[in-house]
Design a protein around this ligand. Structure first.
Ligand SMILES: Nc1ncnc2c1ncn2[C@@H]1O[C@H](COP(=O)(O)OP(=O)(O)OP(=O)(O)O)[C@@H](O)[C@H]1O
Ligand SMILES: [Mg+2]
Length: 312
């Protein structure tokens, strides 16, 4: 349904005389089918949100494509048509709502903008049903302003909105990270109702246990490149890339944001190697790396399981 093909994003940073470029996303390929949830994980700065923003047409790729039903999303010039199919939910739900509207009005606007064909009375029933599906009571929320609702309620309202719009693709970028543990489960459950209607969901998270709880597939990103990808069961039960193994080993510390706790490079071979173009990006942290770790590309290690490591 939605597919990234050699997706690349290079940012320019620095000032006039010290221009630098950062390859935030480096030739990434993945696809999410109808009714599938793909978890995108990787430490801070690995390029997760940049991928999400490109899928939402909020950033233009520097290379490659994103295909929605085989059509490049940047060739869809009608934004209304695009956003009726593809929606995003972010860490801070407050920013996604107009604060001067009551919830009721927000849902009315969804009908006016995207579902004019549905009669008003039927729409009200749909709203009530969808709210129930995401664990909210219409009477409790419809007459409230955004600031009168909790973060967990707002995230569920955004999922309800996506359900009402029958979205085909949802990008959820760290939507539970501002919530307490019990509310998180409610939001994840609400997300599953979107999967039920056949949406393709990109679930961006730092939390591997949440990824495991709701996803079908996983993509592990390291400095803009995919190091491991496949069915969630296979990657979790048999992680093959040293980076994925390290991540899964640190699961007990899930609430900690991953740090770039780069190890000191003692091995001078590795130190030399880092400065050479094309060497594995994980070389300075990898326990099994040496200078042969050149240009790792994703290889099939078993059905539905790919790893980018030359040592395998
Ligand atoms: N607008 C921008 N201009 C320049 N560099 C950027 C821009 N947006 C992101 N970057 C850089 O791109 C890289 C990837 O950032 P991104 O926000 O995608 O990471 P992330 O995986 O979502 O991290 P986090 O887990 O902290 O949200 C980082 O090095 C970041 O500094
Ligand atoms: Mg991010």
């Amino acid at each position: 349904m939605i597919k990234a093909k050699n997706l690349t994003k290079v940012f320019n940073s620095g000032f006039l005389f010290s221009k630098n470029t950062i390859t935030a996303v480096d030739e990434v390929n993945f696809e999410i089918g109808k009714g599938e949830i793909l978890a995108l994980v990787g430490e801070s700065g690995s390029g997760k949100s940049t991928i999400g923003k490109m899928m939402l047409k909020l950033l233009k790729p520097s290379g490659g494509q994103i295909l929605l039903e085989d059509k490049d999303i940047f060739s869809i010039s009608n934004n209304k048509e695009f956003y009726s199919k593809v929606q995003g939910i972010f860490q801070d739900p407050y920013s996604s709502f107009n604060p001067i509207f009551k919830v009721n009005r927000i849902f009315k606007l969804v009908r006016q903008s995207f579902k004019k064909e549905v009669p008003a009375s039927e729409w009200n029933d749909r709203v009530e049903n969808v709210l129930k599906k995401v664990g909210l009571n219409a009477g409790d929320v419809l007459n409230k302003y955004i600031h009168q609702l909790s973060g967990g309620q707002l995230q569920r309202l955004l999922i309800a909105r996506a359900l009402l719009m029958d979205v085909e693709v949802l990008v959820a970028d760290e939507i539970t990270s501002m919530l307490d543990a019990s509310t998180r489960v409610d939001v994840l459950e609400a997300l599953l109702s979107l999967k039920e209607i056949g949406a393709a969901i990109m679930f961006i998270t730092h939390d591997l246990s949440q990824a495991y709880y709701i996803s079908d597939k996983i993509v592990v990103l390291y400095r803009g490149s995919i190091v491991e990808m496949g069915s969630i069961e296979k990657v979790f039960s048999n992680p093959r890339h040293p980076y994925t193994q390290m991540l899964l080993d640190s699961i007990p510390q899930l609430d900690r944001k991953w740090e770039t706790d780069r190890i000191d490079i003692e091995d001078s071979d590795k130190k030399q190697a880092i400065w050479k173009e094309g060497l594995c990006k994980y070389i300075d942290r990898c326990p099994i790396a040496d200078t042969s770790c050149f240009k790792p590309t994703l290889k099939l290690v078993e059905e539905d399981h790919y790893v980018a490591c030359v040592k395998l």
